[in-house]
Write a protein of this length. Structure first.
Length: 206
């Protein structure tokens, strides 16, 4: 009887030992499987994505004011920049007519536009009232400059072409009063009145 009890006790001890061994091996197996997964996951998290796709990106300040916006603007890809009050002050856009950069004042009025309209470089400036004051441009004919008064009337024109340069001054009604240009025979100056009648010409016609 005593021998039988000893055998049963020994069996119980072996079973408990086997169970502990199984648990240890199970823990070791889980550890072996988990570590590579964690390493792979951390590696994936630390590797930056090769590309990010979105319709629009918006940058905001700590108080939630928009500082920049990248996305579709005026029918093309563009970037808009805003001041500390959230007002638009500048934008760069690739429109169907060509690329351009626009700058606005604190009242959201367009003041400066720089662009390549149909592949022709152009710079336009407006005053606070929205009147065009300065235009710089170039084309196949040549570069030119146009200055306007507060009413938006052209007062000075400067052009350069393959045949030479030309400078013209206009009155408030748009009538050309002074014209200086280069001809094949040399420089030419003409002064006219508001009706367009020549008052002085040099050199004098022979």
């Amino acid at each position: 009887m005593t021998h039988q009890l000893d055998s049963e006790a020994t069996l119980v001890v072996r079973v408990h030992s086997l169970e502990r061994s199984v648990r240890r091996h199970r823990i070791a197996l889980l550890t072996i499987l988990t570590v590579p997964i964690l390493v792979f996951t951390m590696g994936q998290a630390s590797s930056p994505p090769k590309s990010v796709e979105a319709q629009e990106f918006v940058v905001k300040t700590e108080n939630g004011t928009i500082s920049a916006r990248l996305g579709a603007i005026d029918g093309g890809p563009g970037l808009a920049l805003f001041d500390s009050t959230g007002k638009r002050r500048a934008k760069v856009v690739l429109a169907s007519s060509g690329p351009g950069a626009a700058f606005y004042d604190a009242n959201d009025k367009l003041r400066v536009l720089v662009g390549a309209i149909e592949d022709a470089p152009r710079v336009t400036m407006w005053d606070a009232a929205g009147k065009t004051r300065v235009v710089l441009s170039t084309s196949e004919a040549g570069p030119g400059m146009l200055l306007s008064d507060a009413a938006g009337q052209d007062r000075l024109r400067l052009l350069v072409s393959s045949t030479g340069g030309a400078l013209g001054f206009h009155d408030a009604s748009g009538n050309q009063l002074v014209r200086l240009w280069e001809q094949a025979t040399g420089p030419f100056l003409q002064l006219t009145d508001s009706s367009g009648k020549a008052q002085f010409t040099a050199p004098q016609s022979k």
